[in-house]
Design a protein around this ligand. Structure first.
Ligand SMILES: Cc1cc2nc3c(=O)[nH]c(=O)nc-3n(C[C@H](O)[C@H](O)[C@H](O)COP(=O)(O)OP(=O)(O)OC[C@H]3O[C@@H](n4cnc5c(N)ncnc54)[C@H](O)[C@@H]3O)c2cc1C
Length: 406
């Protein structure tokens, strides 16, 4: 049994706390938000992520809150198919689940309560020191001039504090964090049956992208299904978008995607749209002595491939499996880095390669995409590989597949 501190109560932190506590470890979860609540838009949960939630015994409530997405379908404004990826091209039973991030959060946090895991909310972990075979945690009051205090002594510290992690930055692991110039405005709107069977996107070059994803239900609000609406925007163009006003934006959107008019009716104020930015996080490996990084903190990417929550869930399950195979902390964490490498490297590489075709000012990239991607989606081998990629299962460009056991 190890005393394990987990820093961050998002998908990665909460899921790893559940797995590690179930394996008999003494887990303490630190979350900086005093009263964490269900926020965020829709995430696309892939079969790999659903497998992990099934192993935690949480798939049933997740399925009840989610919306089945069988397909990712994108066209130009003129109706030319740009992207058509269907899960069934990899496996007849396979599908993605559009899910409100808040529903995933709430299901995981309910499970933390049921498992009686020690959760310290409102604690901002500021520093970790490795000393005498222990990981010492310190917390700091985030107010200017706030004082630092010891938060505890542990055998292992799991950093799961998201993309903008100061704790990761302080580690002696070679790492690179590159903010994406592009982000997205998102909103949740009532689902009036606009999309059929999956995530629908409209593109104009790589500069404009509108996405609508069936997202299921907000947590325990099972009467009104919701859609997530995404509008791609370069971060430095946000002030111009704000100046332009909602009416002008709606005109642009309707010129690109006329069928979405009923969804736009639900957006009456600019504050209904939230701007999200992304960054690319690369680390040479994810462990350092008794410390390990998981989730977005370890490998955030652009959301283009819909993998953020899934990779975090697979991280959590793999970490617990490594502890089961190696009773000492440092070898378990080294094993973790080794096990996660092929899967994480593939998705980081694929995301980096694909993102400029969907979010950039490059006319060359968008023209190539519009000419080639539609026909490629119809080739049997290519469409199967694309469906495998979307489902979160690939660990290499040619053959590798993620092996998941319970
Ligand atoms: C507010 C929010 C909204 C999001 N919305 C979406 C969305 O709409 N769609 C989507 O696809 N993805 C969204 N994401 C990202 C998505 O949740 C993640 O890609 C995925 O779930 C992996 O999460 P994670 O646990 O690695 O990190 P995160 O979900 O970022 O969780 C990190 C947690 O660590 C806590 N934390 C940070 N620093 C400290 C510290 N020093 N001490 C203690 N705790 C700390 C944070 O408060 C947070 O709860 C959102 C993330 C956040 C935080």
């Amino acid at each position: 049994m190890q005393r394990i501190a987990i820093i961050g109560g998002g998908t990665a932190g909460a899921a790893s706390a559940l797995f590690l506590a179930r394996a008999g470890h003494q887990v303490t979860l630190f979350e900086r938000v005093a009263q964490p609540t269900a926020v965020g838009a829709g995430i696309l949960l892939q079969p790999t992520g659903m497998h992990v939630l099934d192993a935690l015994g949480l798939l049933e409530p997740i399925l009840a809150h989610g919306a089945r997405n069988d397909r990712l379908f994108g066209t130009t404004a003129g109706g030319r198919t740009v992207l058509d990826v269907r899960y069934r091209h990899h496996d007849a039973q396979s599908f993605g689940l559009g899910l409100h991030r808040g529903a995933l959060f709430s299901v995981l946090w309910e499970a933390l309560k049921t498992a009686a895991i020690k959760v310290c909310s409102g604690v901002n972990i500021s520093r970790i020191e490795q000393r005498g075979g222990q990981a010492l945690l310190f917390s700091r009051d985030p107010a200017p001039g706030g004082s630092e205090a010891e938060a505890g002594e542990f055998d292992c510290a799991v950093i799961a504090d998201g993309t903008r992690s100061d704790l990761r930055a302080a580690l002696a692991i070679p790492q690179k964090v590159t903010p994406y110039p592009w982000g997205a405005l998102w909103a949740l709107v009532p689902d009036d049956g606009l999309t059929q069977g999956g995530l629908r996107q409209w593109f104009h070059h790589a500069q404009q992208m509108l996405g609508l994803m069936p997202t299921g239900f907000a947590y325990q609000e099972m009467t009104q299904p919701i859609l997530s609406l995404f509008w791609s925007l370069r971060a430095d163009r946000l002030p111009h978008w704000q100046e332009q006003g909602l009416a002008a934006w709606k005109q642009t959107v309707l010129a690109l995607a006329p069928p979405i008019a009923p969804a736009l009716e639900h957006i009456q104020r600019p504050e209904q749209l939230t701007f999200a930015r992304y960054a690319d996080v690369q680390m040479r490996h994810w462990h350092h002595g008794r410390i390990v990084c998981i989730g977005d903190c370890a490998h955030a990417t652009s959301p283009q491939l819909g993998q953020g929550a899934n990779l975090a869930l697979v991280d959590a399950m793999t970490l617990a499996q490594c502890f089961a195979e190696s009773s000492a902390v440092e070898p378990a964490l080294a094993l973790y880095s080794q096990r996660r490498r092929p899967h994480l490297r593939y998705y980081q590489g694929a995301s980096k390669l694909l993102t400029p075709f969907f979010q950039s000012d490059s006319r060359i990239a968008s023209t190539l995409r519009d000419i080639a991607l539609g026909p490629i989606c119809r080739l049997p081998v290519a469409r199967q590989q694309m469906a495998l990629t979307l489902s979160g299962s690939k660990t290499g460009w040619l053959y590798g597949r993620l092996r998941q056991s319970k």
